[in-house]
Design a protein around this ligand. Structure first.
Ligand code: ZN
Ligand code: ZN
Length: 366
């Protein structure tokens, strides 16, 4: 655990006139304490575990199912065993630590929990603290970049396997199942997200779900997938051709690939994310097609989608330490979808692409 994380969190107490911060987002629990809860254990499924950080105490409130795990994973944290909901367990602790102003993650605490705590601890002011936490995780340390790199390397290995595995006649779901199996047997913690495996015209749905649809000769096959290694995520998309694809569709693949290359080549410290998005869009528009409706990319780390967001509507300056995706695409409903996505770590010297699977139009399944 990086020793700088907790002091950076505590610095927010003075900056925002708070006496304590309650950490409820799973990725933040792991980031600040090492305590690993999945989203399924999160605030909406009861009170499995929450962090309370004051100026001089850091406490994990953990359901008795998790106290041993918390003690092992989060050395240096006081573990308080809880039996009831937050509105019962938290007020005595807030009293003991003389908390009059508490920061909470309004983005993840349910409205019901927030209201119940407000009622149970009427003397404590509750303040939303969400945007203020974002910068803490946005710039990655070398160790974090390395962990993301391990997840990306496993994703590359998985893609190499899939190129051999996919055959005409398989369903999208068979491919999705196989990629998950590959990640699990090779030691990944799990999937970074539900994989997207779409054949033919179904690839026009940017976030479609794998189905029983059969992969046919002449289809494109879009695979968007990633895994989690030591908590850190990968996210990569490749669009391959199953047998020969029509020239028209190949041309779209070229356009997306060149759009992505133009954006990656322009990445540097100090560049505005909007400029990258504009570069990629212009390249696709020059082929006479409507570019992607989604953003060009997103930050990645302990969560698959985290700040920064690279999109038209948002101006922000790229900094060394940011790790993010670059994923332009073309979607033609009823016809096809093409997306190419890679993960880039921005270093002082420039971008380093962490996913290295071939980006050219691969022919598979034969
Ligand atoms: Zn992505
Ligand atoms: Zn993706």
């Amino acid at each position: 655990m990086n020793a700088a994380r907790l002091p950076a969190l505590r610095a927010l107490l003075d900056e925002h006139a708070l006496d304590a911060i309650l950490i409820s987002r799973s990725a933040n629990k792991r980031y600040f304490s090492g305590f690993r809860l999945s989203d399924a254990d999160g605030p909406t499924s009861g009170f499995a575990g929450t962090l309370l950080v004051t100026r001089d105490a850091n406490v994990i409130l953990a359901d008795t199912r998790y106290t041993e795990q918390a003690a092992n994973e989060a050395p240096g944290w006081e573990v308080v065993a809880t039996a009831g909901p937050m509105q019962d367990e938290l007020p005595p602790l807030l009293l003991r630590h003389e908390v009059a102003a508490l920061g909470m993650e309004a983005g993840v605490v349910t409205h019901a929990d927030w209201a119940a705590l407000a009622e149970a601890a009427p003397g404590v002011e509750l303040h939303a603290i969400d945007d203020e936490l974002v910068p803490l995780r946005m710039l990655k340390t070398a160790e974090e970049v390395e962990a993301i790199g391990r997840a990306c390397a496993m994703t590359d290995a998985c893609f190499t396997h899939l190129i051999e595995f996919v055959q005409v006649g398989m369903t999208e779901r068979e491919v999705a199942f196989e990629l998950e199996r590959f990640f699990r047997v090779n030691g990944a913690e799990g999937l970074a997200f539900e994989p997207i495996v779409l054949a033919g015209a179904r690839a026009a749905m940017p976030h479609g779900r794998p189905s029983e649809a059969v992969i046919d000769a002449g289809n494109v096959l879009l695979i968007d997938f990633g895994c989690s290694v030591d908590g850190y995520r990968s996210d990569m998309t490749r669009t391959a051709f199953v047998g020969d694809a029509p020239d028209g569709i190949r041309r779209y693949h070229d356009a997306v690939r060149e759009a992505q290359r133009a954006a990656i080549d322009a990445i540097a410290v100090g560049v505005n994310g909007q400029e990258l998005d504009a570069l990629a869009r212009r390249r696709i528009e020059s082929d006479g097609v409507e570019p992607y409706g989604h953003g060009l990319g997103h930050g990645i780390g302990l969560e698959t989608h985290e700040p920064p967001r690279l999109r038209r509507s948002e101006s922000f300056t790229l900094e060394a330490g940011m790790v993010f995706s670059i994923e332009p695409g073309i979607y033609l409903p009823g016809v096809t979808g093409i997306r190419i996505e890679d993960i880039v770590a921005l270093e002082e010297s420039g971008p380093r692409v962490l996913t290295t699977s071939p980006r050219e139009a691969l022919v598979i399944g034969s």
